[in-house]
Design a protein around this ligand. Structure first.
Ligand SMILES: *C/C=C(C)/C=C/C=C(C)/C=C/C1=C(C)CCCC1(C)C
Length: 238
């Protein structure tokens, strides 16, 4: 294995780690500063959005070094990052729901447990990737965790939000976050499939996961920022 200390500009996977590191730092700073423009509960939502991208930035710096130095997937730090940031995103989702309607805290715990099942299964599958039955059983368990989350937000308690509840900005945020959890999160299992089916391709795996993190952490925050600033603008105008 070719070991090196510096990022080779033709290492396109390494370059995506680099670009996303910068984007995560910029997003953190942006959400943090924009918090001043939000009112009430929206301030907390922007704080959480900044925490997510800030935690990811630190992991991206390190994951980039692992990739540059070893050309291997930084699986452990990838999952440490997800284990910290996915629960924060579930908190974020729940805060928005709770602001719109009375939702039981049981919903929060169900979403949290399902996300942990999804991530722990994914981790066990990836660190045991040489064993293909473990790899694919874990994939199926991880998929079940994600599908359960989709069930909760499209057909379960969380879906019972109707057009008369909450502010317009809150509803827009809820619908957009739902799309992110459906379409944006779907990129991860595709990365797992592409990365491991047929012998394994670490470059494809990391490039797809990096793209997914860019969408699901930064766009997720931007959706919250858009709702927070439009709601706050209408409140301060009235
Ligand atoms: C900021 C990080 C985020 C939003 C990470 C999300 C990760 C997932 C949605 C992972 C999903 C997976 C499955 C649905 C199947 C098993 C393999 C995983 C863990 C990649």
């Amino acid at each position: 294995m070719d070991k090196t200390l510096l990022l080779n500009p033709s290492d396109y996977v390494g370059v995506t780690f680099w670009i996303i590191s910068a984007a995560m730092v910029a997003a953190t700073f942006f959400f943090w500063v924009e918090r001043d423009r939000a009112v009430g509960k929206w301030k907390t939502s922007l704080t959480v959005a900044a925490m997510v991208t800030g935690i990811a930035a630190i992991h991206y710096f390190y994951m980039r070094e692992v990739w540059v130095g070893t050309n291997a997937s930084p699986t452990v730090f990838r999952y440490v990052d997800w284990l910290l940031t996915v629960p924060l995103q579930i908190v974020e989702f729940y805060l928005i729901l709770a602001a719109m309607t009375a939702v039981a805290t049981g919903l929060f715990w169900r979403l949290l447990v399902a996300s942990l099942v999804m991530l722990i299964a994914g981790y066990l599958g990836e660190v045991n990737a040489e064993n293909s039955s473990t790899l694919w059983i874990c994939f199926v368990i991880g998929m079940a965790g994600w599908l359960y989350i989709l069930y909760e937000i499209f057909a379960g308690e969380a879906s019972k939000i109707n057009a008369s509840q909450g502010t317009e900005a809150g509803q827009r945020a809820f619908n957009a976050l739902r799309m992110i959890v459906t379409v944006g999160w779907a990129i991860y299992p595709l990365g797992y499939l592409w990365g491991y089916a047929g012998g394994g391709d670490a470059a494809a795996l990391n490039i797809i996961y990096n793209l997914a993190d860019f969408v699901n952490k930064i766009a997720f925050g931007v959706v919250i920022w858009a709702a927070a600033t439009s709601d706050s603008a209408s409140k301060s105008a009235s």
